[in-house]
Design a protein around this ligand. Sequence first.
Ligand code: C5P
Length: 235
Amino acid sequence: MTVEAHAKINLTLEVLGTRPDGYHELRSVVAPIPMHDDVAFSAAEGDSVSVEGCDGVPPEKNLARRAALLLREASGCRKGVRIAIVKRIPMGAGLGGGSADAAAVLTGLDRFWNLGFPVERLMALGAEIGSDVPALVHGGVVLMEGRGEKVSPCAGFPTPPWEKLVVYTPPVFSSTARVYGEFRETDRGAGKNDLQPAACRLYPGIRDALRKLEAEGCRDVMMSGSGSTVFGWRE
Ligand code: C5P
Protein backbone atom coordinates (compact mmCIF):
# COMPACT_ATOMS: atom_id res chain seq x y z
CA MET A 1 0.00 0.00 0.00
CA THR A 2 1.41 3.40 -1.01
CA VAL A 3 0.21 6.88 0.00
CA GLU A 4 1.31 10.33 -1.14
CA ALA A 5 2.81 12.70 1.44
CA HIS A 6 2.21 16.18 0.09
CA ALA A 7 4.41 19.20 0.81
CA LYS A 8 2.80 22.38 2.17
CA ILE A 9 3.27 26.07 1.80
CA ASN A 10 2.24 28.71 4.33
CA LEU A 11 0.04 31.29 2.58
CA THR A 12 0.22 33.43 5.73
CA LEU A 13 2.27 33.01 8.92
CA GLU A 14 1.81 35.28 11.93
CA VAL A 15 3.93 34.88 15.07
CA LEU A 16 1.66 36.11 17.86
CA GLY A 17 4.01 35.68 20.82
CA THR A 18 6.18 33.32 22.83
CA ARG A 19 4.69 30.57 24.95
CA PRO A 20 5.76 29.38 28.40
CA ASP A 21 7.04 26.15 26.77
CA GLY A 22 9.49 28.17 24.61
CA TYR A 23 7.52 27.62 21.42
CA HIS A 24 5.76 30.43 19.57
CA GLU A 25 2.06 31.11 19.30
CA LEU A 26 1.17 30.98 15.61
CA ARG A 27 -1.60 31.71 13.19
CA SER A 28 -0.97 30.37 9.70
CA VAL A 29 -2.92 29.32 6.63
CA VAL A 30 -1.37 26.07 5.42
CA ALA A 31 -2.05 24.61 1.97
CA PRO A 32 -0.88 21.36 0.35
CA ILE A 33 0.91 21.57 -3.01
CA PRO A 34 1.30 18.89 -5.72
CA MET A 35 4.94 18.05 -4.80
CA HIS A 36 4.96 14.84 -2.75
CA ASP A 37 6.96 11.96 -1.31
CA ASP A 38 5.66 8.40 -1.74
CA VAL A 39 5.30 6.36 1.44
CA ALA A 40 4.88 2.60 0.96
CA PHE A 41 3.91 0.12 3.67
CA SER A 42 4.61 -3.60 3.62
CA ALA A 43 4.43 -6.35 6.21
CA ALA A 44 7.51 -7.02 8.35
CA GLU A 45 8.68 -9.89 10.51
CA GLY A 46 7.30 -9.81 14.05
CA ASP A 47 6.76 -6.34 15.47
CA SER A 48 9.76 -4.65 13.83
CA VAL A 49 9.40 -1.12 12.43
CA SER A 50 11.85 -0.06 9.74
CA VAL A 51 12.04 3.05 7.57
CA GLU A 52 14.04 3.28 4.34
CA GLY A 53 14.70 6.18 1.99
CA CYS A 54 15.59 8.96 4.41
CA ASP A 55 19.34 8.89 3.86
CA GLY A 56 21.33 11.02 6.27
CA VAL A 57 18.52 11.35 8.83
CA PRO A 58 19.48 9.69 12.16
CA PRO A 59 16.78 7.17 13.25
CA GLU A 60 15.89 9.12 16.41
CA LYS A 61 15.24 12.24 14.31
CA ASN A 62 13.27 10.43 11.63
CA LEU A 63 9.72 11.77 11.99
CA ALA A 64 8.23 8.91 9.94
CA ARG A 65 9.79 6.37 12.30
CA ARG A 66 8.64 8.32 15.35
CA ALA A 67 5.10 8.41 13.92
CA ALA A 68 5.07 4.63 13.40
CA LEU A 69 6.42 3.90 16.90
CA LEU A 70 3.97 6.35 18.49
CA LEU A 71 1.00 4.80 16.67
CA ARG A 72 2.11 1.29 17.61
CA GLU A 73 2.39 2.32 21.25
CA ALA A 74 -0.93 4.23 21.30
CA SER A 75 -2.82 1.33 19.70
CA GLY A 76 -1.09 -1.56 21.43
CA CYS A 77 -0.73 -3.08 17.95
CA ARG A 78 1.65 -6.06 17.89
CA LYS A 79 2.27 -5.93 14.12
CA GLY A 80 5.42 -4.68 12.44
CA VAL A 81 5.85 -2.68 9.27
CA ARG A 82 8.44 -1.87 6.64
CA ILE A 83 8.10 1.72 5.45
CA ALA A 84 9.85 2.75 2.22
CA ILE A 85 9.90 6.45 1.37
CA VAL A 86 10.66 7.94 -2.04
CA LYS A 87 11.80 11.43 -1.06
CA ARG A 88 11.25 14.40 -3.34
CA ILE A 89 10.45 17.15 -0.84
CA PRO A 90 13.75 18.86 0.08
CA MET A 91 14.72 19.12 3.75
CA GLY A 92 15.28 22.42 5.57
CA ALA A 93 13.08 24.01 2.95
CA GLY A 94 9.94 25.13 4.83
CA LEU A 95 7.83 22.68 2.83
CA GLY A 96 7.07 20.40 5.79
CA GLY A 97 8.74 17.37 4.20
CA GLY A 98 9.48 15.43 7.38
CA SER A 99 6.10 16.41 8.83
CA ALA A 100 4.32 15.29 5.64
CA ASP A 101 5.98 11.87 5.87
CA ALA A 102 4.97 11.60 9.54
CA ALA A 103 1.38 12.59 8.71
CA ALA A 104 1.28 10.03 5.88
CA VAL A 105 2.59 7.33 8.24
CA LEU A 106 -0.10 8.12 10.83
CA THR A 107 -2.99 8.05 8.33
CA GLY A 108 -1.53 5.28 6.13
CA LEU A 109 -0.51 2.98 8.95
CA ASP A 110 -3.88 3.48 10.63
CA ARG A 111 -5.36 1.89 7.49
CA PHE A 112 -2.57 -0.67 6.98
CA TRP A 113 -2.99 -1.95 10.55
CA ASN A 114 -6.81 -1.58 10.45
CA LEU A 115 -6.83 0.55 13.60
CA GLY A 116 -9.75 2.85 12.76
CA PHE A 117 -8.43 5.77 14.83
CA PRO A 118 -10.52 8.94 14.40
CA VAL A 119 -8.65 11.71 12.55
CA GLU A 120 -8.67 13.88 15.72
CA ARG A 121 -6.72 11.17 17.56
CA LEU A 122 -4.19 10.93 14.72
CA MET A 123 -3.83 14.73 14.77
CA ALA A 124 -3.21 14.68 18.53
CA LEU A 125 -0.48 12.07 18.04
CA GLY A 126 0.90 14.24 15.22
CA ALA A 127 1.19 17.21 17.58
CA GLU A 128 3.64 15.16 19.67
CA ILE A 129 5.87 14.73 16.61
CA GLY A 130 6.02 18.25 15.14
CA SER A 131 4.08 21.49 14.90
CA ASP A 132 3.08 21.04 11.24
CA VAL A 133 1.97 17.41 11.53
CA PRO A 134 -1.66 17.94 12.72
CA ALA A 135 -2.39 20.29 9.78
CA LEU A 136 -0.99 17.75 7.32
CA VAL A 137 -2.92 14.86 8.91
CA HIS A 138 -6.10 16.94 8.50
CA GLY A 139 -5.27 17.78 4.87
CA GLY A 140 -6.65 20.51 2.62
CA VAL A 141 -6.27 24.26 3.20
CA VAL A 142 -6.39 24.82 6.96
CA LEU A 143 -5.93 27.50 9.57
CA MET A 144 -3.29 26.37 12.06
CA GLU A 145 -3.14 28.01 15.49
CA GLY A 146 -1.50 27.60 18.90
CA ARG A 147 1.79 25.76 18.51
CA GLY A 148 0.26 24.09 15.48
CA GLU A 149 -2.09 21.73 17.31
CA LYS A 150 -5.29 23.72 16.66
CA VAL A 151 -6.41 23.07 13.11
CA SER A 152 -9.61 24.13 11.40
CA PRO A 153 -10.68 23.94 7.75
CA CYS A 154 -10.12 27.26 6.06
CA ALA A 155 -13.33 27.67 4.10
CA GLY A 156 -13.33 31.49 4.11
CA PHE A 157 -9.87 31.92 2.61
CA PRO A 158 -9.93 33.05 -1.04
CA THR A 159 -8.84 30.17 -3.29
CA PRO A 160 -5.42 31.07 -4.74
CA PRO A 161 -4.86 30.74 -8.52
CA TRP A 162 -3.02 27.42 -8.08
CA GLU A 163 -2.20 27.11 -11.80
CA LYS A 164 -0.07 30.29 -11.47
CA LEU A 165 1.93 29.11 -8.44
CA VAL A 166 5.72 29.25 -8.79
CA VAL A 167 7.76 27.51 -6.04
CA TYR A 168 11.53 27.90 -5.78
CA THR A 169 13.80 26.27 -3.20
CA PRO A 170 17.27 27.86 -3.18
CA PRO A 171 20.26 25.70 -2.18
CA VAL A 172 19.98 26.80 1.46
CA PHE A 173 19.19 24.56 4.45
CA SER A 174 17.17 26.67 6.85
CA SER A 175 17.06 25.58 10.51
CA THR A 176 13.55 26.14 11.90
CA ALA A 177 14.84 26.46 15.49
CA ARG A 178 17.46 29.04 14.42
CA VAL A 179 14.90 31.11 12.50
CA TYR A 180 12.49 31.18 15.48
CA GLY A 181 15.44 32.07 17.72
CA GLU A 182 16.31 35.02 15.46
CA PHE A 183 12.70 36.31 15.37
CA ARG A 184 12.24 39.81 16.84
CA GLU A 185 9.00 41.55 17.76
CA THR A 186 9.83 44.27 15.23
CA ASP A 187 9.74 41.67 12.42
CA ARG A 188 6.00 41.34 12.85
CA GLY A 189 3.67 42.61 10.14
CA ALA A 190 6.35 43.43 7.53
CA GLY A 191 4.81 40.96 5.08
CA LYS A 192 2.61 37.88 5.04
CA ASN A 193 5.22 35.74 6.82
CA ASP A 194 6.53 37.13 10.12
CA LEU A 195 9.51 34.72 10.01
CA GLN A 196 10.76 36.06 6.67
CA PRO A 197 12.91 38.97 8.00
CA ALA A 198 14.64 36.68 10.53
CA ALA A 199 15.29 33.98 7.90
CA CYS A 200 16.69 36.57 5.47
CA ARG A 201 19.07 37.91 8.14
CA LEU A 202 20.37 34.41 8.85
CA TYR A 203 20.42 33.19 5.26
CA PRO A 204 21.02 35.90 2.62
CA GLY A 205 20.36 33.24 -0.05
CA ILE A 206 16.67 33.43 0.88
CA ARG A 207 16.59 37.17 0.20
CA ASP A 208 18.27 36.50 -3.16
CA ALA A 209 15.63 33.85 -3.93
CA LEU A 210 12.79 36.31 -3.17
CA ARG A 211 14.41 38.88 -5.49
CA LYS A 212 14.87 36.26 -8.20
CA LEU A 213 11.15 35.42 -8.30
CA GLU A 214 10.25 39.13 -8.26
CA ALA A 215 12.68 39.78 -11.12
CA GLU A 216 10.97 36.99 -13.06
CA GLY A 217 7.69 38.91 -12.74
CA CYS A 218 5.99 36.91 -9.99
CA ARG A 219 3.68 38.81 -7.66
CA ASP A 220 3.03 38.43 -3.90
CA VAL A 221 6.40 36.71 -3.52
CA MET A 222 6.98 35.36 0.00
CA MET A 223 8.76 32.66 1.97
CA SER A 224 7.10 29.42 3.12
CA GLY A 225 7.30 28.44 6.81
CA SER A 226 10.79 29.09 8.17
CA GLY A 227 12.32 28.88 4.66
CA SER A 228 14.21 28.36 2.55
CA THR A 229 11.50 27.90 -0.11
CA VAL A 230 9.95 31.01 -1.63
CA PHE A 231 6.90 31.18 -3.83
CA GLY A 232 4.88 33.63 -5.87
CA TRP A 233 2.23 33.84 -8.55
CA ARG A 234 2.79 34.17 -12.29
CA GLU A 235 1.01 37.16 -13.83
O1 C5P B 1 7.60 21.45 16.24
P1 C5P B 1 8.83 21.41 15.38
O2 C5P B 1 9.77 20.31 15.76
O3 C5P B 1 8.51 21.45 13.93
O4 C5P B 1 9.58 22.77 15.69
C1 C5P B 1 10.93 22.98 15.37
C2 C5P B 1 11.43 24.19 16.12
O5 C5P B 1 10.74 25.36 15.69
C3 C5P B 1 11.17 24.13 17.62
O6 C5P B 1 12.25 23.53 18.28
C4 C5P B 1 11.04 25.59 17.99
O7 C5P B 1 12.33 26.16 18.14
C5 C5P B 1 10.44 26.23 16.76
N1 C5P B 1 8.97 26.42 16.84
C6 C5P B 1 8.46 27.42 17.65
N2 C5P B 1 7.10 27.60 17.72
C7 C5P B 1 6.27 26.83 16.97
C8 C5P B 1 6.78 25.84 16.13
C9 C5P B 1 8.14 25.64 16.08
O8 C5P B 1 9.19 28.13 18.32
N3 C5P B 1 4.96 27.04 17.06
